[in-house]
Design a protein around this ligand. Structure first.
Ligand code: SF4
Length: 426
């Protein structure tokens, strides 16, 4: 979402005559778009702003941290702009407006796509803003405001613009996409509309809320042409007691039912998740429930974190003095990562010997002689050979190294002799 917002801000600035600098150190104005989902990115955003201010830059601080910490940030920034007011930035700079803070959260869902510069391969389109869920650990409803869904016609218009620009992959964004609703159209209706009217090769969405995802959505993905089968379904915790404290609105069994239903209805679908450990009051028996879900679902990918207390989340006011045993939580996190990786490895092994179409994102991290890309269901695959960004390459997965599948291009495989050292498995 932040990446998308940054692109919107960049485009608004260009539209008003500002020129982007390749290096922030050479710029006159530095815009720092912040995230406050956890403690670390929040302090990193503030420190970045502070260091540019010290260098004498005009600093604009925007995003969730700006929205939440407002006035105190005037010390590190010249202009503080919240999550629904970034359209004021170019004008505030050009007209030298007196105000130094813009933090209104009542703004409409207006995303200013017209004429925007696009990435070649991967783009985003917001379909809603804000969230009404009030999970007890989360600041989003306070930093991004209440949920507003965007007009379906506007979403299609932006997608068509990206299609005409040659973009290969788009992710539809929202804090809780499954609760999308606009004048009678729910999320599944929107997805059907998108699949019928837009011809971008790969369209994904995130984030799904396990409480709100419907069978209608799952079946829409199953029957779709351009919407691809990847579900990001944050678990957060496996214990009913912890889930209740988190105000997540589902139980462990309900989560398992949805995840296993996705596996049954759309066998090629992948499921990724977010899990946190060390939520206040989480005992060993609660953590064991999380591990149990991990074993049963076998996720294809997971983001795992230690709980980080966030102000002004509801749990902060209830439990702000709670001391968390970092060592114990650290052990839990390592145990979790190891269990999740076992599941991922089992899932990756199912890819051996199968053919996939890979969308190339760029060179692999370790060597330019290899490219990295993704399958339709959003699994990163390394491909021998230097392919261009945005190219589609048909491969057969012949090896798994660590958790990474290695896919050999079919045309290369066809020309190989039997003694080519393809060591399956490993
Ligand atoms: S669903 Fe919960 S965790 Fe996600 S943004 Fe909304 S309040 Fe935060």
């Amino acid at each position: 979402m932040n990446e998308y917002d940054s692109r919107i801000i960049e485009n608004l600035m260009i539209k008003e005559g500002f020129t982007p600098s390749k290096d922030a150190n050479n710029a006159d104005i530095v815009i720092v778009n912040t995230c406050s989902v956890r403690g670390k990115p929040e302090s990193k955003g503030i420190e970045t702003a502070r260091s540019f201010k010290r260098k004498g830059k005009y600093v604009v601080l925007t995003g969730c941290t700006a929205q939440q910490r407002s006035e105190e940030l005037l010390e590190v920034a010249d202009l503080v702009v919240g999550t629904r007011e970034f359209q004021v930035i170019p004008n505030a700079l050009k007209k030298k407006l007196d105000r130094r803070m813009y933090l209104d959260l009542k703004g409409t869902c207006d995303f200013y796509f017209s004429g925007r510069r696009t990435n070649k391969v991967l783009e985003y389109v917001a379909i809603q803003e804000g969230c009404d869920n009030f999970c007890s650990y989360c600041v989003v409803p306070y930093t991004r405001g209440r949920e507003v869904s965007r007009l379906p016609e506007e979403i299609i218009k932006e997608l068509k613009y990206l299609e005409d620009s040659g973009v290969k992959e788009v992710t539809l964004l929202g804090q809780n996409v499954n609760s999308y609703y606009y004048k009678g159209a729910d999320f599944a209706d929107l997805l059907k509309m998108v699949d019928e009217e837009v011809k971008i090769p790969r369209i994904y969405f995130t984030t799904s809320h396990p409480r709100d995802i419907s069978l209608k959505v799952i079946r829409t993905i199953k029957d779709a042409r351009y919407l691809k089968p990847w579900f990001h379904l944050p678990l957060q915790a496996g214990s009913d007691k912890v889930l209740k404290e988190m105000n997540r609105g589902y139980t462990k069994d309900e989560y398992l039912e949805i995840a296993l239903r996705i596996r049954a209805e759309v066998p090629e679908a992948t499921i990724s998740t977010d899990i946190m450990v060390g939520f206040p009051g989480e005992g060993d028996e609660d953590f064991a429930e999380t591990l149990d879900v991990v074993k049963k679902v076998q996720f294809d990918n997971a983001y795992m974190f230690m709980y980080s207390i966030r102000k002004p989340s509801p749990i902060y006011f209830k439990n702000k003095d709670i001391s968390i045993d970092d060592v114990k939580v650290g052990v839990r996190l390592r145990t979790l990562i190891s269990e999740v990786n076992k599941g991922i490895y089992q899932r990756r092994k199912l890819m051996l010997g199968k053919e996939y179409e890979i969308l190339i994102y760029g060179p692999a991290r370790k060597s330019p002689k290899y490219s990295k890309g993704k399958t339709e269901n959003n699994i990163t695959v390394v491909v021998p050979g230097a392919f261009s960004e945005g190219e589609f390459v048909k491969v057969k997965v012949e090896k798994i190294i660590g958790l990474t599948p290695i896919g050999y291009p079919l045309n290369v495989l066809a020309s190989l002799t039997n003694d080519f050292p393809l060591n399956r498995g490993g």
